[in-house]
Design a protein around this ligand. Structure first.
Ligand code: C5P
Length: 401
């Protein structure tokens, strides 16, 4: 996600500075090179040697550091950076940013930059909610700074509330998103993802091996491109992506009803969806003779299940007079392109995305074949995150041309 990016990581004085050490690791895992700059107060919480060892680069604290010629550390360090990330950002540091103060190396760097600036506030909940801090945050947002978090939860002071620094993995996601062009700003997207669950009785049911990974990854990629995303999810253990409204459902019928309710509300409120993507592996049939009571093993008699067809969510969305741009998914075991072309026509959707085997369910990588009115195009094997970003680009190109 951050392949080849040079990140200057600024660490200010707060107990969350210990999480910045883990952030260095996560940034590197995402492909970035990290250069750490600390404030004097930060060194009281974590020693520069820790960051030096993790980043493999010298750590700078002092604006007058003799290791950089001409006393131009602020210019030298910000010149090559793709982004400056300040994590944790203390209340004091946010105040400095809001006023353009430059009385130490890190604040000077932030002023002498051309690259994006992402800050991750971390402080006691009262400091965060204080009108002065809120005023400063509003000012730096207006100045184009990306403010990531804070989250809420237990605080080092023993209180609970808003002010916790986001976790390192969440921050890496936010930093990655700050590099994505906002090609889908103002667009609304409705997605389904994951499997469905069709009950047999109160304790048993029929489901499938869909993990939801592809649909959740696509939801995040669309969000990162600036879209407003609603995700209707079947049963999965995946964490809810930040900034996305998630509606949990179990059966295909409930997934259908949730999708229809969202589209109706969008139409009614003049906020129509621009795109619908059916990534979910929806059960084609439900159990027609599901029992309200648990089926008992009964003298060797095996139960016989009867099936009824479920509504086809994708086809029903595509048939609506106010249909958004519809994208379908297909998992075929043979003659992928031929079946994909036929499915695209049968469902009445402009774009069909076929999973190229052998077995995509639950895996972290995949290979896709995009089928539209012009023919087909392969997205070669890659991680589902990377494929989701490529697919988000393809969708953006199709709806904005
Ligand atoms: O017909 P098939 O299940 O292969 O089609 C797959 C596509 O149709 C996926 O996009 C899936 O989300 C959608 N679908 C649906 N409702 C169904 C069955 C499939 O929306 N009942």
């Amino acid at each position: 996600m951050l392949d080849g990016k040079r990140i200057v990581l600024g660490v200010t004085g707060g107990i969350a500075a210990y999480k910045a050490a883990e952030l260095v690791r996560e940034l590197q895992r995402a492909g970035a090179r990290v250069q750490v700059v600390m404030t004097d107060a930060a060194t009281r919480f974590v020693g520069p040697a820790t960051f030096q060892a993790l980043s493999g680069e010298p750590v700078f604290v002092d604006a007058w550091d003799a290791r950089i010629p001409d006393n131009m550390a602020h210019i030298e360090l910000s010149r090559g950076a793709d982004a400056i990330v300040v994590a944790p950002a203390s209340a004091d540091f946010l105040a400095k940013l809001a006023h353009g103060l430059a009385d130490d190396l890190l604040s000077t760097l932030c002023l002498a930059r051309e690259c994006p600036l992402v800050v991750a506030p971390a402080m006691n909940r009262q400091m965060w909610s204080h009108p002065a801090t809120q005023r400063n945050v509003a000012q730096i947002v207006a100045d184009g700074v990306v403010v990531a978090g804070p989250g809420s939860g237990d605080q080092a002071c023993g209180e609970v509330g808003l002010g916790r620094m986001l976790e390192p993995v969440e921050l890496v996601e936010e930093i990655g998103a700050s590099f994505v062009p906002k090609t889908l700003a103002g667009r609304r997207m409705l997605l389904t993802a994951g499997p469905t669950f069709e009950p047999i009785d109160p304790v048993r049911g029929i489901t499938n091996r869909s993990s939801g990974k592809m649909g959740f990854a696509l939801a995040r990629a669309l969000r990162d491109a600036g879209a407003d995303v609603v995700l209707v999810a079947g049963p999965t253990a995946l964490a809810s992506p930040r900034g996305i409204r998630r509606i949990d459902v179990d059966t295909a019928q409930r997934m259908h009803d949730a999708v229809t309710a969202e589209l109706d509300a969008g139409q009614r409120e003049g906020r129509r969806f621009d795109v619908f993507v059916g990534v979910a592996a929806v059960a084609d049939w439900r159990v027609a003779n599901a029992s309200a009571k648990k089926w008992k093993k009964d003298g060797g008699r095996t139960p016989a299940l009867a099936f009824a067809e479920n509504p086809d969510i994708l086809a029903s969305v595509a048939r609506r007079p106010d249909a958004p741009y519809c994208v379908g998914f297909a998992a075929e075991s043979e003659r992928l392109e031929e079946h994909g072309v036929a499915k695209r026509a049968r469902k009445g959707v402009p774009l069909l995305v076929a999973n190229i085997g052998p077995d995509t369910f639950g895996r972290d990588d995949n290979e896709l074949l995009l089928i539209d009115e012009h023919g087909s195009r392969r997205l070669p094997r890659a991680g589902k995150e990377a494929l989701a970003r490529a697919l988000a680009d393809e969708i953006a190109r199709r709806i904005t041309r």
